[in-house]
Ligand binder design. Sequence first.
Ligand SMILES: Cc1cc2nc3c(=O)[nH]c(=O)nc-3n(C[C@H](O)[C@H](O)[C@H](O)COP(=O)(O)OP(=O)(O)OC[C@H]3O[C@@H](n4cnc5c(N)ncnc54)[C@H](O)[C@@H]3O)c2cc1C
Length: 520
Amino acid sequence: MNTTVLIVGGGPAGLTLGCSLARSGVAVRIIEKSPEFPRGSRGKGLNQRSRELLAGLGLDEELAAVGTEHIVLRKYVGGVPVEDSRSGDPEAARPGVPYSSGLLLPQWRVEDALRGKLAEYGVRVELGCELTGFTQDEHGVRATLADGRTIEADYLAGCDGGKSVVRKALGARFEGETAAEEMMIIGDVEADGLDRGYWHQWFGEGAGVLLCPFRGTSHWQFQGAAGTDERGRLPEPTLEVFQDLFDRVAGVPGVRLANPTWRSTYRVNVRMADRFREGRVFIVGDAAHVHSIAGGLGMNTGIQDAFNLGWKLALVTGGHAGPGLLDTYEEERLPIAAWTLKTSNEGLRRIMEGAGEGRFGTDVGASAETSTLGVGYRWSSLSGGAGERAAAGGGLAAGDRAPDAPCRDAATGRPVRLFERFAGPWHTLLGFGPDSAEALARAGEEYAGPLRTCLIDGGLDGLDDHEGHARAAYGMESGGVVLVRPDDYVALRLPGDTGEAGNAGEQGAVVADYLRRLGR
Ligand SMILES: Cc1cc2nc3c(=O)[nH]c(=O)nc-3n(C[C@H](O)[C@H](O)[C@H](O)COP(=O)(O)OP(=O)(O)OC[C@H]3O[C@@H](n4cnc5c(N)ncnc54)[C@H](O)[C@@H]3O)c2cc1C
């Protein structure tokens, strides 16, 4: 079978993109230079938005079963406990937001789950396959591997991490700096004798040691910061060095660190590419941007890049949109990368300044923004038209994250969340009230691409918004339609009372026209 999209790199970004494409039936291959799957905990948290998007792939329960929602951070200064603070707020779940917190889990768990999903689509990661270069022309891409083989594909996605070969071959600039502030030794170890109910964070003598437990394993992620030698070098991340630092900073007698399954050094780089695409080649995730781990945005930004690109590549390669749609990947995600660098820099600054003022801990670097629930694309060329004008007075607008809402199946009374209706590689057209049924029907007749419709409070065919949460979240008390993108952002919002395209049949035609013109 011909390869439509070749994905280089089997980390979280590449695997997410693979799932997003494979579920649309796109012929995809994923090559990974490592001979085996990594087992390091690395980026150890999914934020709320990533959880929502991965739930759309059907991974919600599997991930929740191996992650921790609300962990207590126990902080010590000079060996003395000074503060317990809980991550996330268990009371914070709202009708429009299904998850009250992110999920703490090692990165390899996320990768395992994504690989399992890919296997369901018949795709397996090809280990030991290293890309060394590629050429492209108007017909496709020819990739060269280290063993001399070549792979031809219509498109290539470089999800090959911070040292990306693909980014370098594209000639994209990777501007920024290697900052001195955030450097540590890091690893996964056992630590007998420590209470696994806490993420322990010890500070003192200008150093810090953090041990974060992982549910369902006997391991903890060790992070140790104690500066560098006179030549700016970090110590070797050996078990002995971990133990010495632990004894010096934590000073908990009898705790022995053991059985390291991963050891590394970490030095913050704050850089982003000046472009994310050249012709048929894209860069995604760390290949396009790297930054401080403050706020835990690394893996999440790559996952969200991949969702953004996935549906666009699927529509274009499936013949349902013009190639211009692919321009909107960089248009939408490059400003988000810049925002991510700024947000994580601010988090790192708070951590550094906080330490000088007696405020310690990883939570100092997080903020409400790091949930990325507020990230959206109002400025995007995909978010224009009547929807944006209709929302000019405030409230939900085209480009915003599409909210969830608890509803009921109108025929059976079974509880159904709106997110369940969005889950899949299609646009979803929500119609509010019986009058919108005509708009849904007309859009479906006039657009031949992947589109699902969902009638709310319009009869036994659809959903019953019995508590009014859906109408309130979408500002649709007077009826109307909302088109939701496959990555769960609002594409178009046409309230019934705008006087503009207010007629239900006309609204259906506006939606079909928007979809037919995507990228053309
Ligand atoms: C030591 C360390 C600690 C970290 N800690 C945190 C943290 O606490 N919180 C957080 O949010 N983030 C953290 N991160 C960052 C987070 O791990 C990354 O943001 C995330 O892994 C990015 O995912 P990705 O898929 O873009 O790239 P990666 O996970 O780097 O995956 C890229 C993949 O591409 C493969 N590859 C590279 N070149 C080639 C090639 N030429 N051919 C084929 N395959 C190739 C690599 O082997 C790799 O598997 C950490 C990273 C490191 C290295």
